[in-house]
Design a protein around this ligand. Sequence first.
Ligand code: PMP
Ligand code: GLN
Length: 385
Amino acid sequence: MKSSAQNINSKLPKLPESIFTTMSLLAKEYNAINISQGFPNFDPDPVLIELVAKAMRDGHNQYAPLGGIYTLKEVIAEKISLLYGANYHPQSEITVTVGATQAIFTAISAMVWPNDEVIVLKPAYDCYEPAIKANGGIPVLIQLNEKDYTIDWDEFKAHLNKKTRMVIINTPHNPSGMVFSSSDMLMLQSCLKGTDIILLSDEVYEHIVFDKHTHESASKYPDLASRSFVCASFGKTFHATGWKMGYCAAPAELMKEFQKIHEFNVFCVNHPFQRALAEYLKQPAHYLDLGPFYQQKRDLFLNAIQDSRFKFTPTRGTYFQLLDFSEISDESDIAFTERLTKEFGIATIPISVFNKDLVDNKQIRICFAKTPETILESAEIISAI
Ligand code: PMP
Ligand code: GLN
């Protein structure tokens, strides 16, 4: 249908197609193994599925309260207190959201005014910059160190000024697998101390951390917590990305503003899933076991590709692994991932699309949230490249 509006002044004129859409479609077209977009190819725990079905049978099929059902928010508050020692009030400081994406968009909409600057560390997951721009804000991009994805704190400090409204961090970090250390969080805390800058902390992979690393939540650091929206995803934690369930935790004054936007965006989130998650979260093992579960998958994959021509450093967190192909090809990472899909039957993600100025460091990302069969099949193809 043709639109009768003559001059559509797009808020996001230069938005390319999501790389996750592009690569997943290409994988389908070429019947390739899809280790590009980040999602598990196995189902959530049948116990959790049964809890959802039971909630529906028990009649929890109408609107939930605006911020989420109390029993779920209560168990989320208990989890945060158990893991990070921070106390959020279930009613006034936690909101259940449509995945972390809606939590992130809502926090940005609630806080960012036209011409406010928002610091984004690159490479960055793709949902931050469009949300900032749609709200009239200006993304200020800082590239992480190319080799180990650490932060240059002097550069970071140099970018803070009176117009800085918000800083966005993501730990464990997608796509690099970098995990903020406690000294990073202390540096961040000291950089923001005494300012009115808001922190948006995207912690969707909080339970997927490996080896001796720990997840350093913003909620663990009192001065950071006092200025933070901490966003989380049940999709990542319970192998159910299609459920689009998540939450946000923030001090009451911030959460009040968040809920004003949330109310007129979704009002409330899927009710029966909230009932099920409230019950399932009562057992900490359901999220505490996630690190070892994914570490086994990471190690299975890395052992199987150790003789390949790709170079890599084992990822510290998330279910992603970066692979450096500089010794294999001098193609662009986009051309290389396209060729891998079409000629080798394996779809991966080029990293340049997440970098500042689309810099191409000859790296691709694979997702190992897959069954052992898929991991080994992928590793065999990768080892033959
Ligand atoms: N942040 C990061 C870093 C992610 O990788 C993702 C992707 N799942 C999200 C946010 C969005 O999470 P959700 O699917 O719960 O909206
Ligand atoms: N978070 C997923 C990833 O990084 C993708 C989610 C999406 O498709 N938007 O691969």
